[in-house]
Design a protein around this ligand. Structure first.
Ligand code: ADP
Ligand code: MG
Ligand code: MG
Length: 213
């Protein structure tokens, strides 16, 4: 993963979120306050602008800038959660214009840990964690199989992560929310797909589309 690929991933995520913003908001209308698409689109649009106007010298700096932008530009739960994850990813990476697939995977997990520390959600609470955790587990498992690939396994690991995020997202439907606004609904949150798990899938799918086109 180099600086160009890191930026291309975040641009692809911004594109996917813009295209699916109405769908994210519709999901949030069912169990939240109808703003997840608006929040995410505003945040990732600001990330796109920030990255276009900056020349980060390392991969870590790309993610640190993106994370700080999300934290400062997005109200609501998801902005600070994703922002903290991206900042932790950026800070965990070794300095330099390129990092290997293992370091990037460790960074994704550092991001998950920061997000969990901030939000306190456990697996099964019907949140971002339910897509993000299986994604990083699948990334690591695929990387062990594909470390000998030409790209060091990044493409295969990203594809596996996106598939696991999709499964985790779909598995939120029967869950009762225990964190965030949807938890106020109690049992009435059952039967709806979690908006944040859905945006997490979009972000991992964007990674797969960028790293393994
Ligand atoms: P808000 O709920 O403040 O309006 P958003 O609508 O942008 O914020 O984001 C809602 C999403 O945030 C939820 O669908 C859920 O996935 C995620 N979320 C909320 N609280 C938490 C938490 N404590 N940990 C992880 N994810 C959370
Ligand atoms: Mg909301
Ligand atoms: Mg809100």
């Amino acid at each position: 993963m180099d600086v160009a690929l890191a930026k291309a991933w975040l641009d692809a995520a911004a594109d996917a979120i813009a295209a699916q913003a109405d769908q994210l908001t519709t999901l949030d209308a069912a169990i939240g306050d109808s703003d997840h698409g608006v929040n995410m689109n505003r945040g990732f649009g600001a990330v796109r602008t920030a990255l276009a106007g900056a020349a980060p010298d390392g991969v870590g700096a790309v993610f640190t800038l993106a994370g700080s932008t999300l934290v400062s530009k997005v109200g609501g739960a998801a902005g600070p959660l994703y922002g903290s994850a991206l900042r932790a990813l950026g800070k965990s990476l070794p300095e330099g214009p390129e990092v290997d697939a293992a370091a990037f995977g460790a960074g994704l997990r550092a991001g998950l840990e920061a997000l969990r520390k901030l939000g306190g959600a456990a697996p099964g609470d019907k949140t971002i964690v339910d897509a993000y955790l299986p994604a990083v587990d699948a990334y690591d498992a695929a990387l062990r199989e594909h470390a000998g690939d030409g790209d060091g396994g990044l493409g295969a690991a990203a594809r596996a992560a996106a598939q696991a995020a999709a499964e985790g997202m779909r598995a939120t439907v029967p869950l009762q929310a225990r964190k965030g606004r949807a938890s106020y609904l109690g049992e009435r949150s059952i039967g709806h797909q979690d908006p944040g798990a859905t945006s997490t899938w979009l972000i991992f799918q964007a990674l797969a589309d960028t790293a393994a086109p």
